[in-house]
Design a protein around this ligand. Structure first.
Ligand code: AMP
Ligand code: GLY
Length: 428
């Protein structure tokens, strides 16, 4: 009697989740809605979009799915976990009310401020004139954010007042992020080094996963506009044991308690995006799901079974759970379509995937790919997450790029410096 698990989503994160879940001895069958060309070799991909809440709920009921794992933020914010729970289907993921921590930066900042959880000072505006006036008074640098969901692209770091006014224009006048820009958050610019603190939460108990660091900007040296994430590695040396303790005591426990107190108990992944400076961690954002691409290197290092941990979150029994890790670092390089995070072409044939997959300690996770007459073609901005384990982070980097160099398509792009901070630390 093995379990039937349905994973919702079709990106690199979901490929890593399906890859890990399919290895569980508890699992008999994995489905994915909608999946991608890589996921198709491990799970049955369904022609159901991740945003099709009723399609997913109906399928889960009819197939008597034992656990639904929700990957992306959009269905969470739209209430997929609530719909599934109402039908008695076990689900890993927060309710709509709890997912507001990611779905509304205005809500998140309000909770953090009211419960004294370290974060940048901010103001929320609905009216553009008020926002402009505040900007002139505040000055630069400043960070201008669409409050709602914007696929990681809605936070604009501005070094000058001109840039800030233009960012405000993009969000509130041109409405580049649609309704996500109804409210705008203006916040102080924080200096420091970022890290991703990702934990499992069952409403009360918190089980932190291995730390990681993402690379949000499109170009080497963290230049250019923000993307969903161009590469990540784990562990992140910046998350020292001291910082880890501080984050648990000042950020994670307080926010989980706050959410329970607000009548929005938090169950699922809680991902704190941190800025660390002079031994202090502040919260940049919360995500209510696994990070993408952080999940790819994190799950490559997880040696324990993920499925009992997800079940423990779903049924509130995380207090007794433990997790074990491969001590070797891992590193993921995202290969994207030329032009991303702006407009880009789709449909290019990808070559070299088998050759890359044959390299030791390498996994090529698919993101925006699909099968077209038996060939794997590009179908999104972030296309692949080429991930490797190494004896140290430099070795993991060398192995990941060796695999990247096997793979080609028209206009493929990747950053060449993933993990440069960790490597600089080791060599100094
Ligand atoms: P967010 O979507 O709020 O996480 O922002 C995306 C990215 O923008 C972060 O990962 C940071 O690189 C940058 N960022 C956001 N807020 C700030 C801030 N207050 N100070 C400096 N950088 C920020
Ligand atoms: N990698 C950043 C995110 O998942 O939001």
């Amino acid at each position: 009697m093995g379990m039937k698990v349905l994973v919702v989503g079709g990106g690199g994160r979901e490929h890593a989740l399906v890859w890990k879940i399919a290895q569980s001895p508890l699992v008999k069958r994995v489905y994915c809605a909608p999946g991608n060309a890589g996921i198709a070799s491990l799970a049955e991909c369904l022609p159901i979009a991740a945003e099709d809440l009723s399609g997913i709920t109906t399928f889960a009921r009819e197939k008597k799915i034992d656990l639904v794992v929700i990957g992306p933020e959009n269905p969470l914010v739209a209430g997929l976990a609530d719909q599934l729970r109402e039908k008695g289907i076990p689900v890993f993921g927060p309710s709509m009310a709890a997912a507001a921590l990611e779905g509304s930066k205005a809500f998140m900042k309000d909770i953090l401020t009211r419960y004294n959880i370290p974060t940048a000072k901010h103001q929320v505006f609905r009216n553009i004139e008020d926002a402009r006036n505040h900007l002139r008074y505040h000055g630069a640098p400043v960070v201008v954010k669409a409050s709602g969901l914007a696929a990681g692209k809605g936070a604009i770091v501005c070094q000058s007042l001109d840039e800030a006014e233009e960012a405000l224009d993009r969000i509130m006048v041109k409405r580049e992020f649609g309704m996500a820009g109804d409210l705008v958050v203006l916040e102080d610019f924080l200096q420091g080094e970022e890290a991703s603190f990702i934990a499992l939460v069952d409403g009360e108990n918190i089980l932190p996963l291995a730390g990681s660091q993402d690379h949000k900007a499109i170009y080497d040296g963290d230049q250019g506009p923000n993307t969903g994430g161009m590469g990540a590695y784990s562990p992140a040396p910046v998350l020292t044991p001291d910082i880890h303790k501080q984050v648990m005591n000042r950020i994670m426990h307080p926010v989980v308690k706050a959410m329970a107190k607000e009548g929005r108990p938090y169950r699922g992944v809680l991902y704190a995006g941190l800025m660390i400076h002079n031994g202090e961690a502040k919260t940049l954002e919360f995500n209510t799901r696994f990070g993408d691409p952080e999940t790819q290197p994190i799950l490559m290092r997880m040696t324990s079974d993920l499925v009992p941990l997800l079940m423990a979150c779903a049924n509130g029994s995380l207090a007794k759970a433990t997790v074990t890790w491969d001590p070797r670092p891992s590193l993921c390089v995202v290969m994207s379509a030329g032009g991303y995070p702006g407009s880009y072409a789709k449909g290019a044939v990808i070559s070299g995937l088998e050759e890359a997959a044959r390299l030791p300690d390498v996994q090529v996770f698919h993101a925006g790919t699909r099968l077209d007459e038996g060939k794997v073609v590009t179908a999104g901005g972030r296309v692949l997450g080429v991930t490797a384990l190494g004896s140290d982070v430099a070795d993991a980097q060398q192995k990941a790029y060796a695999a990247v160099d096997c793979i080609q398509w028209q206009d493929a792009y990747c950053r060449r410096d993933i993990a440069y901070r960790a490597i600089a630390r080791v060599s100094h």
